[in-house]
Design a protein around this ligand. Structure first.
Ligand code: PLP
Length: 433
């Protein structure tokens, strides 16, 4: 790397003008929860996790965010400059969808598909790459399902001068090569998981050579590699508190955008895999419900094939198959659960973010499970009315919202979290159409 593009220079702001509509702070729901979220536990001692337990995998800047109960966390200027490449993301009134449904309800969608990688995931990828670069990390490892996270982290690493190595769930690696091409274009390296490159991967292949893989398996591989090299850290695309914190820019902007046009969301639908885009969009609204007594209803929409919120147990479980990660109190189908290879690869996770699980448990949100057929039908209906082809994951939220709008008898305001676009998932639509 040349002197002018050293990591040190890449973490400095360029001086680009950032619109004031790009948030200056992330919002942390932990500050407003009526009861604190149960802590993550050390898998060995079963004691609450301390910063030292996480230090082999994460930079201190992110660890402090993981345990923070501050309501507002300042967004570094370099991160705001990068956000400004696509933020604020649009909030759009779905007039044509309303007309097609013949509903009296007003439908809005907050569209995260305008990011360079095509989803909400760069909101945290950029922040994670930034805090790692600041503390001298030279490489990040990670897992990816459909490939959205791997592509997002590869994008962020390329802008901030880090190497990026990705383990992608086998079924998606085979079904969706374009995400890998996207990662490679950004300079990332992508392996199918389980792979023979790690001890945990070799053990999983020995147990079942034809496994389609799972996010839990891919996490084990990425964590194993990061734990062995002091200059390599691990990055998780969902589930953890700091990831949800970074995603709060979605809800902060949406709330502002609605306020500006004098609207209040009556109900919000978001899709839930690990829970980060759902939390990012809805936690600022939940915080306001708690603080000010407003009553915006929140509906998490998960796939019927991987129903952690509606069918899982609420208990401590590992985030990965090998049991290398901390124990998290969450709604879980069990760490060994291997979901069917549904097209919404980003929703194939056995667990759910502890903060989302806790919020559901406190009655601050509700959850529904959506069948894949119904999700795609909603995605096609949305595309034909609004033009945007939603990511297969996002269609779950669209399905929930469309069912609500069809049943509506008032002009209630419905907000959809449209977490990404589906232009690299057209084979999934082709299978459906
Ligand atoms: C990854 C992904 C999801 C699921 O992840 P969450 O952490 O639950 O948000 C949803 N939508 C899209 C487009 C994704 O890429």
């Amino acid at each position: 790397m040349s002197e002018t593009t050293s990591v040190k220079s890449l973490i400095e702001p360029t001086g680009a003008v950032v619109p004031s509509t790009v948030p200056t702070h992330w919002y942390n729901l932990a500050a407003d929860l009526p009861e604190p979220c149960p802590p993550a536990l050390n898998p060995g001692t079963q004691e609450p996790l301390g910063p030292d337990d996480l230090a082999p995998l994460f930079p201190m800047g992110l660890i402090m965010q993981e345990v923070s109960t501050e309501r507002e966390v300042e967004i570094p200027q370099t991160v705001r400059e990068i956000y400004a490449l696509w933020r604020p993301s649009p909030l759009i009134r779905a007039h044509r969808l309303e007309r097609a449904l013949g509903t009296p309800a007003k439908i809005f969608y907050k569209y995260e598909g305008v990011s360079p990688a095509g989803s909400h995931k760069p909101n945290t990828a950029v922040a994670q790459a930034y805090y790692n670069a600041v503390e001298g990390t030279t490489k990040l490892t990670t897992e990816t399902g459909a490939g959205q996270w791997g592509a997002s982290l590869s994008f962020a690493c390329s802008l901030l001068g880090l190497d990026c190595e990705v383990w992608q769930v086998r079924s998606s690696y085979d079904q969706k090569p374009y995400r890998r091409f996207q990662m490679e274009t950004y300079g990332g390296v992508c392996h199918p998981s389980p792979s023979d490159l790690t001890e945990s991967g070799r053990a999983m292949l020995a147990a079942d050579p034809d496994t389609t893989g799972s996010l839990g398996m891919a996490i084990s591989e990425a964590v194993e590699v990061a734990a062995q090299d002091p200059n390599t850290h691990y990055a998780l695309g969902s589930v953890l508190n700091h990831v949800l914190l970074h995603q709060s820019v979605i809800g902060i902007e949406a709330m502002d955008q609605l306020d500006q046009i004098g609207e209040r969301a009556d109900v919000i639908f978001g899709c839930a895999g690990g829970g980060s885009n759902l939390a990012g969009l809805t936690f600022p609204f939940i915080g306001r419900n708690v603080r000010e007594g407003t009553s915006t209803q929140i509906v998490a929409c998960e796939p019927a094939a991987c129903p952690s919120l509606t069918q899982g147990e609420y208990r401590y479980d590992h985030g990965d198959v090998a049991g290398l990660t901390p124990l998290l109190k969450m709604h879980t189908l069990g760490k060994d659960f291997v979901p069917l290879p549904i097209h919404a690869g980003g929703l194939r996770y056995h667990g759910m973010a502890p903060m989302v699980s806790h919020t559901l448990n406190l009655g601050l949100m509700t959850a529904i499970a959506v069948e894949q057929e119904d999700a795609f039908a909603a995605g096609v209906e949305f595309a034909r009315a609004e033009g945007i082809i939603p990511a297969p994951e996002s269609t779950h939220a669209v399905a929930g919202a469309i069912a609500r709008a069809r049943a509506a008898t008032t002009d209630e305001t419905i907000l959809i979290g449209l977490s990404g676009n589906g232009v690299l998932d057209l084979t999934a639509y082709a299978d459906y159409v």
